[in-house]
Design a protein. Structure first.
Length: 204
């Protein structure tokens, strides 16, 4: 099954809607980002999701120290952390690490030194990702046969099914592609996105 990660969730209501839409993972930003939320808001997200079973909660960081990441993990009860900066392999965290790597000029990084899964996103000038910029995801088809990868960048319900059928990634990551406005997730768009992923699985 292709894992669906809905990232950049900014409210408890959006987190609940993402869970109801069928998201496997929910990402919240603790880095410099238009979708950054406070620790208090993150705690409200956790409360809204309730007890297991629930989507895994992934905290997104950009060049934070190991100590800062550990402190947030403890307070917010994160299931995993996603590193979007210049962090080096061997970064220590109390939960599994998902390293985001950037695809630029057709060059797909293999994530050497980082554990599975890794995330491949479009390169952006500010290095933060979340730009909604698409890239040629088929470039990752070979890597997806040897590594568990999430694919991100410009995904919507209109294209993710084709991506899943062609590349068979371990997971897909979406943010702006399921928003009605910046930072606000749309329940219908999220349901459509998850549905498109599941139909794409049937087309392999």
């Amino acid at each position: 099954m292709t894992r669906v990660k809905i990232c950049g969730v900014t409210s408890a209501a959006d987190a609940q809607a993402a869970a109801e839409a069928g998201a496997d993972l929910i990402g919240i930003h603790f880095c410099s980002s238009r979708r950054r939320i406070s620790l208090d808001e993150a705690e409200r997200v956790v409360q809204a999701l309730g007890d297991e079973p629930r989507p895994q909660l992934v905290g997104v960081f950009l060049d934070a120290s190991e100590e800062e990441v550990a402190a947030v993990c403890e307070r917010v009860s994160l299931d995993a952390v996603q590193l979007h900066g210049s962090e080096a392999p061997g970064f220590r965290a109390p939960v599994p690490v998902l390293k985001a790597l950037k695809v630029r000029a057709g060059m797909v990084p293999d994530g050497a030194g980082w554990p599975d899964p890794i995330l491949l996103d479009a390169w952006s000038a500010d290095g933060r990702g979340g730009s909604g910029q698409a890239w040629d995801w088929t470039l990752a088809a070979e890597l997806s046969r040897s590594r568990r990868i999430f694919l991100a960048g410009g995904l919507t319900a209109a294209n993710v099914g084709r991506l899943v059928a062609q590349v068979a990634p371990w997971g897909v990551d979406v943010s702006s592609g399921v928003e009605s406005e910046e930072g606000r997730k749309d329940s219908e768009l999220m349901r459509d996105f998850v549905g498109a992923v599941r139909r794409g699985e049937g087309g392999r």
